[in-house]
Design a protein around this ligand. Sequence first.
Ligand code: GUN
Ligand code: ZN
Length: 428
Amino acid sequence: MIQAFRAEILSVSHDPQHDPAAIRHEPDGLLVVEDGVIAARGAYAELAGRYGQVPVETLPGLVVPGFVDAHVHYPQTDRIAAHGDQLLDWLERHIFPAEKAFADKAHADVVAAFFLDELLRNGTTSALVYPTVHEQSVDALFEAALARDMRIVSGKVLMDLGPEGLRDTPASGRAGTEALIRRWRGRGRLGYAVTPRFALACSDTQLADAGALLAEHPEVLLHTHLAENLRECVEVAARFPEAADYLDAYDRFGLVTDRAVFAHGVHLSERAGHRLHESGAGIAVCPSSNLFLGSGCFDFGQADRHGLRLGLGTDVGAGTTFSLLHTQGIAYQAAQMKGTALDPFRALWLATGGSAALLHIGDRVGRLDVGQEADFVVLDPCATPLLARRTRDAGLAERLFALQVLGDDRAVARTYLLGRCAWNRDKT
Ligand code: GUN
Ligand code: ZN
């Protein structure tokens, strides 16, 4: 099937920091999609003749690549906005009790369906997702993602030092991971990530198992948390006195590779910055979560000195929004606290191609290039009276920045998966 979409189109091909040519913009563009894959993209005036026989659908807004959430917890959906604590107390008081309920597959099915629909409402088409320690929490998520044809990467949480009712053992963690990799390999648009919760939740034996699983399965990712909150960092230093820093605690078990995605990295040593660059590991920057839990602000200056690979995550339920559009605006504000004025095109890159590269799906999605899958979002710069006022007569950079700072799910008019409309704000 061939489809043609006419709209203003914007994407970012690579980190635009030092290369404005990374910004690709057609004020009046045409996107031609054949069987879910982009067959042509360019100025409408140039392409229209070539595809004259294909009916053209005009889209109501600015088309950008579907957002890629590089770090989010689906079982925490119902605990978003839990008041009062920083990371370790918040986990104990609000999060672990909620995650225990995912032993029940029927409960996991209901939350997974709501979660994925919420992603689509917010323009997120791909995500790297924490489930819980329970195997069936992964099945629930993957079944729901398969039904919607979304690109979701996930894997059973490993946490043999977790609280009662929410812990595995090194043996069951390893067997569960192996079984899930076997069960889901090659199905739909899904991918697997070995997911030790964080250094404090796993024994040395389990961290070593995670390294062995990563080495045995070259197609899977490693997904965990790193240097998020100060008290956590103090406890990690006490638990691993021989490690040079938090990252080194993972490195000793073979977890620091170019397939690793570390959430946060708010408190990184210079040595860790160097080692992250050397290994090619990526950081999922999660500014909304970092503010909500009082963790701190990610230092883009330090990351850029080391040339780190970066993406953007919501980290719901510590993050306060599923909107990666709004999270781009929060990233700007958090970066200001560290003396960096994050460029709006760079923020868009982080939420699309940057995150996609961290998930090793950057060849498939994130740039709206010919040959990529047609996952895209239609943003409405007039979604609210204030946005309409602020974007009237504004240039592209100013409109994009206003959408990031003032916009959220209300500004997502439509979300497309493989050229199929999966969310239409105006048809509900
Ligand atoms: N570190 C370990 N577990 C978690 C979690 O669930 N959320 C966040 N933000 N950090 C963590
Ligand atoms: Zn997290």
